[in-house]
Design a protein around this ligand. Structure first.
Ligand code: SF4
Length: 316
């Protein structure tokens, strides 16, 4: 691990100001992804701004009938909150499908959104990786790509966003709130929070340098039956090959988002409208233009089968 300096921030604006004051700064919250990356020297920040003491650890009802989740609410606390379990069960189910109990006790809402890809070449510093070292190439293209993306990828990177929580948040149309060094706030729909890789896979999100996530807001509950279906190589503690977050209403209408297939939670609203026609119609629309590799083409029929299972569970 490379040497770095460290400070604890007292409030969100002070944290953003400290991060904007110099290059090479990272925020530290639960540390469940960042510290691993630092030990492997994939991330080598010159300075860490610890945000664990700045509040932002409560879940509050909004005037619009939704919930505002502080950025530092742990995954365990979010999954077990009675309002989330009652009104947004797809979110609880997605969170408990990820990581382990110990990690969920430390991992935060903001950190979960910011976790980096699990592409094996990203973690192997001997291999070319445009995300780790821009311009170095992509060892996954033409290499082992079974776990990687089938849509929204580029000639520079075919990695996926690895999380579960964000897939449920995408189906719920969550918004992400941030603050910058001047105290300015902005709200980012989760649909546009994670970038498609394009020519710059080193940039995972639309956050600007020093911009700090303060909260995630969920709109009013959607009702309906909530399902999170995750297909993975082993029964626990594994990332999704394909996952499906679905909210299905009694008349068969609903919403669906997919994980494990793209650089962001993948939802095509036009495909939602096809839910009454069945899983194959939805995935034919949602994955139009997909560019799978020989290794991961199985993800396309798997997505259809996972969605069919989710619809079956929601309507049984
Ligand atoms: Fe790196 Fe992306 Fe290629 Fe993986 S797919 S090696 S993360 S550039």
């Amino acid at each position: 691990m490379r040497a770095f300096t460290y400070e604890r921030a007292r409030d969100p604006v002070a944290a953003a100001r400290a991060a904007a004051a110099r290059p090479g700064v990272k925020f530290l919250a639960g540390g469940t992804n960042l510290l691993d990356l630092m030990k492997l020297e994939i991330e080598a920040p010159a300075h860490l701004v610890d945000v664990q003491d700045i509040g932002l650890d409560s879940i509050e009802a909004t005037r619009e009938g939704g919930l505002r989740i502080g950025a530092l609410v742990t995954n365990s606390d979010l999954a077990s909150d009675m309002r989330v379990r009652r009104d947004y069960p797809v979110l609880t189910r997605a969170i408990v499908a990820g990581a382990s109990g110990q990690l969920r006790n430390k991992a935060t809402t903001a950190g979960n959104l910011l976790q980096r890809t699990r592409c094996p070449y990203f973690y192997d510093t001997n291999m070319a990786c445009n995300k780790r070292r821009p311009g170095s190439g992509c060892a996954a293209i033409g290499g082992l790509s079974r776990q990687l993306g089938v849509i929204g990828v580029s000639d520079a990177c075919i990695a996926t966003f690895p999380g579960d929580m964000a897939v449920a948040m995408r189906v719920l149309d969550a918004t992400i709130e941030t603050v910058n060094a001047d105290g300015g706030c902005r709200t980012i729909p989760i649909a546009g929070f994670h970038r498609l890789w394009g020519d710059h896979p080193e940039q995972d999100t639309v956050l600007k340098p020093g911009e700090l996530i303060t909260a995630v807001t969920l709109p009013r509950p959607l009702g309906g039956r909530h399902v999170y279906e995750k297909v993975r190589d082993r029964a626990s503690y594994a990332y999704a090959l394909v996952s499906v977050a679905a909210v299905i209403q009694a008349d068969g209408s609903g919403r669906v988002a997919f994980g494990g297939v793209a650089p962001r939670p993948w939802r095509v609203e036009e495909a939602d409208a096809l839910l009454p026609q069945g899983a194959a119609a939805v995935t034919a629309c949602a994955f139009r233009g997909a560019t799978p590799t020989r290794d991961n083409a199985f993800k396309l029929p798997l997505a259809t089968r996972a969605l069919a299972a989710a619809i079956g569970r929601a309507t049984s």
